[in-house]
Design a protein around this ligand. Structure first.
Ligand SMILES: [Zn+2]
Length: 455
């Protein structure tokens, strides 16, 4: 073979190898990282990139949305010697996180026998689907309820609420009235009763009261109140009743804001029971003067209250106050012929309706005493100053608070609107008779009952 020809072949071979090797190295282009990537929704995507020799320009085309489930193709295009070459990668955005299922209330509850469970509620929140609470399924399992929910990617959340069905709590009994009662010898025992509640059952009607009180025989007796629930849990409380012959229950019935035609009904009832009361009278009205006179003539005390009952008028100054007091004093004297010094402050000496004039009650309570008046508040309110108080509540308020061994001053009203107070009077008097109470009208000898001064 020709030597030159051999040389030419060799040269061409070397050149072509060189060209091939140049073109091969210039076209090196591959993905860094995996061809398929799985990414949890809402997490961030880090682009692994591609490799190109000599950093050829690469454009990336992607519609990847990490907040939306789906399969996304990312296309990488590199240009080599004006020729484009592309690679792709697939990113799967998935949701593998189960909803967060949370129970409202306890996961372990004690349930009363024969009581339905009242669902306390639950919440199911999913990282991708949001609030799934309406989709929660509740199924009964042994000893409880199973709550489950699937999200749109079929991720399951489950939680169980367990119940123990039992009732080991006893009823709670509360005495109405005091736990130690003084009873006059030979008086009737008046049962105030008790109330009972239970964690599971209505036991209010299940109280059994037992006692062996014999009020003819002095001594201390026990009244027992027992209640049992449906599971047989029992509890009892006791009240002591002391039958005694050396105490007195003294009661002063007082009626404010009259006279009115209502006063006639009060006078009739008092006459029927043969008891005397005290009327703290108010606004001058010739129409009611005969009623006031009748009260006086029947042995009741006609005492002073309020010519004007308006706090902003009478508590504005000592002068205004005494002008008002002397008006009512003069009026009563003009009708009964007696100058009364028995007085009750409108609102009581503890009133706060005078608070617009700080300290006025402190001043006035001292001044009325200095002027020779005896003022009387009360230690039992019938509650009839509030128009919502029912007759039954008034009877309760008076009887329950009437205590042996002290002077009980009862506040009631006999102004025209107080028909409920009149209705309460007979039952109150029946009770007072049953405990042998001594019912008296207030006189200048009666120990004064004073409230705490608040202004
Ligand atoms: Zn009044």
């Amino acid at each position: 073979m020709n030597k030159n020809f051999t040389l030419l072949i060799k040269s061409l071979l070397i050149l072509s190898i060189a060209l091939i090797s140049v073109s091969c190295t210039e076209n090196v282009f591959y993905l860094l990282g995996e061809e398929e990537i799985t990414l949890e929704v809402h997490s961030s995507y880090t682009e692994p990139g591609v490799y190109t020799k000599k950093e050829a320009p690469v454009s990336i085309n992607s519609t990847l949305d990490v907040d939306k489930l789906g399969d996304y193709t990312i296309t990488y295009t590199a240009t080599f010697n004006k020729k484009e070459k592309s690679l792709t990668r697939v990113v799967h955005v998935v949701d593998t996180t189960a909803p967060q299922l949370t129970l409202i209330g306890s996961e372990q509850s004690i349930l009363c026998p024969n009581h339905d469970y009242q669902e306390e509620g639950f919440t199911a929140l999913d990282n991708y689907d949001g609030d799934l609470s309406p989709l929660v399924q509740i199924t009964q399992v042994s000893n409880g309820l199973k709550y489950s929910v699937l999200d749109s990617s079929s991720n399951l959340a489950e939680i169980t609420r367990l119940f123990t069905i039992e009732d080991t709590q006893s009823p709670v009994i509360k005495l109405i009235g005091y736990d130690h009662i003084l009873l006059h010898q030979n008086a009737d025992y008046y049962e105030f009763g008790a109330s009972a509640t239970d964690n599971c059952d209505d036991v209010s009607e299940n109280i059994v009261v037992t006692h062996n009180i014999n009020s003819a025989v002095l001594g201390t007796y026990t009244v027992t109140y027992t209640a049992k629930d449906q599971s047989g849990n029992t509890s009892s409380v006791t009240r002591e009743v002391e039958v005694t012959d050396n105490i007195q229950t003294v009661v002063y019935l007082t009626f404010d804001d009259g006279p009115s035609y209502r006063t006639l009904e009060v006078l009739d009832i008092l006459k029927e029971y043969g008891v005397k009361a005290t009327f703290f009278v108010g606004k001058k009205s010739a129409e009611y003067e005969p009623i006031m006179l009748r009260a006086y003539q029947e042995g009741h005390t006609v005492a002073l209250h309020a010519y004007s009952h308006t706090a902003s008028t009478i508590y504005v100054s000592p002068e205004a106050f005494f002008a008002n007091l002397y008006l009512v004093q003069d009026w009563v004297e003009s009708v009964t012929g007696v100058k009364s010094y028995i007085y009750r402050f409108p609102g009581g000496s503890s009133n706060m309706s005078s608070s617009f004039n700080p300290g006025i009650m402190t001043t006035l309570t001292q001044m009325v005493v200095d002027e020779g008046f005896h003022y009387f508040d009360w230690n039992i309110s019938s509650g009839d100053g509030n128009s919502k108080t029912t007759t039954a509540q008034m009877i309760y308020n008076v009887t329950i608070n009437c205590r042996p061994g002290r002077n009980n001053v009862v506040l009631m009203h006999d102004s025209a609107s107080h028909d409920e107070s009149v209705a309460a009077l007979r039952p109150i008097l029946d009770y007072l008779k049953s405990i042998d109470a001594v019912i008296l009208p207030i006189t200048m000898e009666t120990p004064q009952i004073h409230h705490h001064i608040n202004n």
